[in-house]
Write a protein that binds this ligand. Sequence first.
Ligand code: NAD
Ligand code: ZN
Length: 248
Amino acid sequence: MDDLIKQAADDLAAAGKVTALTGAGISIESGIPPFRGKGGLWERFDPMEIAHIDAFMRDPARVWNILVKEMKKIVDIAVPNDGHKGLAKLEEMGKLKTVITQNIDGLHQAAGNTDVIEFHGTFAWQRCMDCSRKYETRQVDISVIPPRCSCGGILRPDAVFFGEMIPPDALRRSRQIASDCDVMLVVGTSAVVQPAALMPVIAKESGAKVVEINPERTPLTDEISDYLIPGGAGDVMNRIVAELEQIS
Ligand code: NAD
Ligand code: ZN
């Protein structure tokens, strides 16, 4: 493990352009459960079903009750952990420019990263399905489910459900940044949700080093990643930043 931390710090020190692709795993240490693996809700419900746009359209109140209300309770109070802070530190050190995140929790921005591509939109806002007016999630009254806009329309998260398109600008910029970086850090993603999981493939094909940080192996590990640093995002990022500070 020490060798891998040293290797990552060396690779970052040598790199001109560094980007990161993050997934739900980086927010676990902030108390936000991921979709896969252990953790309450998802052992009882299939996220692919409940977080699917068809499920929401069929029965918005059900999806609000099972998924959105729970997410709101958790995300409203979540704060960045050492994983997010480590990526913010890499930006401060002039190494990392853009974070491409699949997360909708806003924690990269809260940690201080200034260029965050929200590949799956954001949970910080709810949007009216009729008139598109937006409401800050923290301000939305959930005493009646589903909550409604002043026009009477139902509110939905301003995030991408399974079965919906990735915001075209986010996809276009992510592909461009992936194809133009020297190192891509892939942190806390199971790399099974497409097209996000394609970004490390694009980076690799364009000549970048792909460095995974994840306690588990993923479909990228053997084929795409140069190496996997097995561990939690907070601990690993702390160690990489400390090592990088010593050599730069
Ligand atoms: P995922 O739930 O499929 O996988 C989580 C990954 O994190 C796994 O590979 C797991 O091994 C790893 N992991 C576990 N603990 C970790 C730790 N301490 N540090 C680093 N990694 C750790 O997540 P995904 O690949 O992002 O796909 C799920 C989809 O659901 C995404 O598209 C995302 O939009 C959405 N989602 C977002 C949030 C959020 O915003 N925080 C939470 C749940 C789901
Ligand atoms: Zn409205």
